[in-house]
Design a protein around this ligand. Structure first.
Ligand SMILES: Nc1nc2c(ncn2[C@@H]2O[C@H](COP(=O)(O)OP(=O)(O)O)[C@@H](O)[C@H]2O)c(=O)[nH]1
Ligand SMILES: [Mg+2]
Length: 234
């Protein structure tokens, strides 16, 4: 059992994060920036999916990414191959991104992109299915990824992150047959945690299912752009 002092400290961290997230949300709304936060285990295929997604959407929208990893700039380098800018946050000993990381990253990345000029800001979170579920980043959409290689019961084992997410992407569908992936069982696990959750089945290697996913995301970005900018914004 956690001692009361530890519970108090944790509550304060979450409260502070929520306040910062609210500030970010207002800032993003003011400038019509759609923000999507991608979460999964390490290795599910977030960077591969996002590289593909950014390459496709960069023709239509001003897109940039902030990517979190414990160490290395590898993923930002991979994401930049899409043609869009990407800023790497190294969290060192932290297993998730918090709102203060996003605030700092936006300021530090100003020579690569200005957040006010973006249509879509993509956040690739640190690979983790537990810690990432507790921290609001001011996003419009949270996307949870799970791959055919991870086991069909992952949503049941980590229900909080699936419940908190809006959309699920099932990755590495090109490997499904070799893995004897049980499609119906995975769908049932997702539905047990979040009935009716939209699920996209994709492969970043073959492009399978990507058109539907890209159309969905583009539609969400356009929906936000259609919302009138508040009159008090100059
Ligand atoms: N076969 C296959 N491999 C994939 C797919 N997506 C990603 N990978 C591979 O899975 C590994 C981890 O992918 P990565 O994008 O780095 O995962 P992340 O840690 O979630 O960002 C890499 O070797 C990728 O090439 C896919 O759709 N099919
Ligand atoms: Mg990655």
């Amino acid at each position: 059992m956690n001692p009361p002092k530890l519970i108090e400290i944790r509550k304060n961290i979450l409260k502070k994060n929520d306040e910062l997230a609210q500030g970010l949300r207002t800032r993003f709304a003011t400038h019509g920036v759609f923000v999507a936060n991608f979460v999964s285990s390490p290795g599910t295929g977030k960077t591969e999916l996002l590289k593909y997604t950014m390459a496709r959407l960069t023709e239509r929208f001003a897109v940039a990414a902030i990517v979190g990893d414990v160490e290395t700039e590898n993923d930002a380098i991979r994401l930049r191959k899409s043609g869009a800018p990407a800023y790497q946050v190294e969290t060192h000993n932290m297993c998730h991104l918090e709102s203060f990381h996003i605030e700092k990253a936006i300021a530090a990345a100003s020579s690569q992109f200005r957040v006010e000029e973006l249509d879509l800001l993509i956040v690739e979170n640190v690979g983790n299915l537990v810690c990432t579920s507790a921290f609001d980043l001011g996003e419009d959409l949270q996307v949870v990824l799970v791959s055919t290689t991870e086991g069909e019961d992952k949503p049941l084992k980590y229900p909080k992150i699936f419940d908190r997410s809006d959309v699920c992407i099932l990755t590495k569908m090109d490997l499904a047959e070799a893995l004897e992936f049980d499609h119906a069982q995975m769908r049932a696990s997702i539905d047990a945690v979040k009935p009716g959750m939209p699920v996209f089945e994709v492969s970043a290697k073959t492009g399978l299912g990507m058109d539907a996913w890209i159309d969905y995301l583009a539609g969400r970005v356009e929906e936000k752009q259609a919302v009138e900018t508040p009159a008090w914004v100059s």
